[in-house]
Design a protein around this ligand. Structure first.
Ligand SMILES: Cc1ncc(COP(=O)(O)O)c(C=O)c1O
Length: 373
């Protein structure tokens, strides 16, 4: 059997990793400014994380959501404290798309309505509802396209209000910072307008923090820069540093009904252990502050060049938009300079380094970029 060939691959075989470093099967060392697509939050193979997972595996790896798992309640408690959402509830699932799927389902159950407002250039995942609210027709199949979705322009509060006024909208979904669409940070004023418009028209505000959350922006969630409190917050990626895990934070006004949401694997012992270890490390190593300080230094130090159009982002979620296709630059960075980077569209290098990125690693990248430009 062959693999179903859907991924474009770089010719690198990572076999070992530590912190922000990755080694391939030939022993070459790479600097990881991509974090496995924003997944590695506390650094590769952090000893505390590895020890916690190994110890849990020796105790019990899996049962089901039909028995008491105290790790889930511990995680809810710790996450509430760390994020500032102690009065919200936690539902655990397995990925970012599943979190968005559950958020949109919950909003629809709660409001009894079925249309969703999403934004141009959005990305929310690949499952049915999540991909339907994603602004990329190439990945939306006819099966997915049946959902009722309206795409508004980012920053167009009047356009959103015109849609909400029709009275059939269950949710407005927006990324804390648009990632795949090219690192667009919604303004504080726009997020505040969405919060009040949703309250006025009885729709739920869903903040997708799958990529921008978990400390990456310099706050626990990127929307906290705008001082708003969404109805539902969705998470994934960095939550358990690579062990598959996702979840949603749910405002107190939502009524839980037995069976309304569910999953086989969500909240299993290993995922909870990974997520608890991540919170331990974020706190003990002040990684949110580190992400902010190193990220802001990095953003400011990117050299001015006629080849670079703009540098955008917050903390360690940074987009460097070029006036040209970045594929050759990324190849040069990877194969000659041994630096992993991400991409958004054809002209943007996207940096999503682990939150433990050191100043000297950031300045090594800056020096390398200066050299190749
Ligand atoms: C903002 C955002 N939402 C949702 C997802 C989907 O997450 P997953 O791939 O874990 O389903 C992603 C993945 O890149 C994302 O960036």
């Amino acid at each position: 059997m062959e693999l179903f060939d859907v991924y474009s691959l770089f010719d690198v075989v990572p076999v070992r990793a530590q912190g922000c470093k990755v080694w391939d099967d030939k022993g070459t060392e790479y600097l990881d400014l991509y974090g496995g697509h924003a997944v590695i939050s506390v650094g590769h193979c952090h000893p505390h994380y590895v020890a916690a997972l190994k110890a849990q595996l020796d105790k019990i790896g899996f049962y089901s959501n039909s028995v008491v798992n105290p790790l889930q309640a511990e995680l809810a408690h710790r996450l509430g404290k760390a994020s500032g959402y102690e009065d919200y509830s936690l539902f655990l699932d397995n990925s970012g798309a599943e979190s968005n799927e559950n958020a949109l389902k919950l909003a629809s159950f709660h409001t009894g309505k079925d249309r969703v407002i999403a934004f141009k250039r959005s990305f929310h995942g690949r499952t049915s509802g999540a991909v339907a609210v994603t602004d990329n027709p190439k990945i939306v199949s006819p099966f997915n396209a049946v959902h009722k979705v309206t795409f508004c322009e980012l920053e167009d509060a009047a356009g959103v209000e015109a849609q909400l006024r029709k009275g059939d909208v269950s949710a407005v979904i927006i990324e804390g910072i648009q990632g795949c669409g090219g690192i667009h940070v919604p303004s504080d004023g726009f997020l505040q307008a969405l919060e009040s418009l949703c309250a006025k028209y009885g729709a739920c505000l869903v903040l997708d923090e799958v990529q921008s959350g978990y400390g990456r922006s310099g706050h626990f969630f990127a929307h906290q820069w705008a001082n708003i409190r969404p109805d539902i917050i969705t998470m994934g990626k960095g939550i358990a540093n690579g062990f598959p895990c996702g979840g949603i934070l749910i405002a107190p006004k939502f009524q839980a009904v037995k069976g309304m949401l569910g999953t086989t694997f969500g909240g299993n012992y290993l995922a909870c252990t990974g997520a608890l270890a991540v919170l331990d490390i974020i706190e003990s190593e002040s990684l949110i502050m580190n992400a902010w300080q190193v990220g802001e230094y990095l953003k400011g130090a990117i050299p001015a060049s006629p080849r670079i159009k703009e540098v955008r982002g917050r903390g360690l979620m940074i987009g460097i938009e070029f006036n040209e296709d970045v594929a050759p630059i990324r190849k040069q960075l990877l194969y000659e300079k041994h630096i992993f980077t991400g991409v958004a569209g054809s002209n943007m290098i996207r940096l999503l380094a682990p939150l433990c990125l050191k100043m000297e690693e950031a300045s090594y990248f800056v020096d390398t970029l200066k050299e190749i430009l």
